[in-house]
Structure formats: C-alpha cells, structure tokens
Design a protein around this ligand. Sequence first.
Ligand SMILES: [Zn+2]
Length: 302
Amino acid sequence: MPGRNVSKAGPLSPDEIALREELRANVQKLAGEIGERNMWHYTKLNAAADFIEHSFSQAGLRTRRDSYEMGGQTCYNIEAEIPGAHPEIILVGGHYDSVFGSPGANDNGTGVAATLALARQFASAKPKHTLRFVAFVNEEPPYFLSGEMGSLVYARRCRERGDKISAMISLETIGYFSDAPHSQTYPSPGLGMFYPKTGNFIGFVSNVHSRALLRRVITLFRKHAKIPSEGASLPSFIPGVSWSDQWSFWQQGYRAIMVTDTAPFRYPYYHSSSDTPDKLDYDRFTLVVSGMEKVIEDLDRL
Ligand SMILES: [Zn+2]
C-alpha cells in the first residue's frame, strides 16, 4: 500500500479557476436545476441523460447511448469515445442517478461533472489508447450491486464485445473536504485501519486484483496533484471498497479503481435531501480533477 502524501494545497492557477467554474456549473445543472434523478423521477433522470449527451457533443465528441429496458422503461448509459492509435481502452466514468430523496450534488453530481470536464479536456487529443468517458445510470439502491445496475449492464456488454479495457476509473463522490480533526470517521473496521482521521484527502480504492493499477494511478497523481491522497487495495468485501461502478467492472474481470472523498465516512449530507451544490469545496474538488487529468495523460503514455 502506498504511503501518505501530506503536500499542502496551493492556490489555483488560471486554468484551474476556469475548470472550477465549469465543475460548479455542471453540478449546479445536475443537482440544482434538474435535482433528484432516478426511476421515481424518470423525466429528470432523462433530463440528466440529455444534458450529459449535449455536453459531450458540445465538446465535439461522438456520443452513444447504451440502453436497456427495465420495468417497461428505457435506461441509458451515455458514452463518448476518443479513438486512439491502438484499441486498448482507458475508461473514466461515474453514475448520474441520485439516490431516492436526494438531489445528489456530491453523490454523484461531482463524478459526472468531472467526467464531462475531463472529456472536454481530451476532446482534441490524439491519444495512444482509446479514451472512453461514460455516465452510468442506476447505481443507487435498489439497483446497487444488482444485475440492473447500469454499469454492470455496460461492463457485461464490454466483455461480450471483447473490449480491451486496461484501466477503469470510477469517479464517486469527490467534492467534500474538511480540515477539522475527526472529520473522517469509520462505522466499522476496514478502511479506518488504513485512512487518517481528518477528511482533507482524496481516496483511491481498489480490489486486490487491481492493486498494480491503483499503485500506478496514485503515483502519477502524487507527481502532480496539490491535494493529499490516500490509497488502499483491499478485499472487495470490506465495507466501502465495492460501493460504486468499479465493482461492475471487477465482476467482468477488468482492472478498476474508485476515486472518492469516502462519502458516508466523511460527508454529513450523504444520501440526504441536503446533498446540495452549496455543500461542496469547489477548490479542492478542482484539484482532484486537474490531478486526474494528468493521471490520464500519463496513463495514456505508458
Ligand atoms: Zn454514488
């Protein structure tokens, strides 16, 4: 397991300030304007899908809807791809549905906002790998870790097609930070044995099979990023390790990691009606995303 990074966050560069405002606008659109988006609010779920598709298109990317039927209604994963020189795929994504009763600003407006911003950053790149950006539907209960979870439907189809995904990066709740002592808590043994007690870091989590990918990503992140980070490769049964779309890719044998502020272990508004855009720390959220941009650039060069 990589050690602890305690570098101090510096001021934002002009590029980072522009990125911050883009992230803020994306979160505001998803969680402020559209609001709760799930199968109980199906029109809003689709409004979010339309917004995501539009945002990819505006960046000049070709988009595709990966659809499936559930209870007589159609659900969509939204994909944008930047073809590379060779067919190996680096996939970055997060879920766009919100849990019942929540507008989902941090969970997971942040992951989608980051996916959209990163897709735009790479839109005119000529990558070696194929870069794929995906917004997944139906991650939250009752679909969570079930066959109807959007990312599992998607990952199964990747496996059936023989897609060569060499890295999957799941962006899950990445916008809340605190410097207060004991702002990081753990309801059970597990991650708490590995992570510190102040919620000022971004976490990288993987299963044991994806350990080498996690090490590579966190090493690259620390080369550039101006925010502390923690990493742990743990058995997937430990609470928190499987809790997002990376799990779906593990089921299909792919290597995948999650980037997260640790959500329920830190965020007081987790899965509540108060998970609104004003709760987020946009400066540190930006440093996570700008760091991930460098990680993707470097992963592509390897
Ligand atoms: Zn989530």
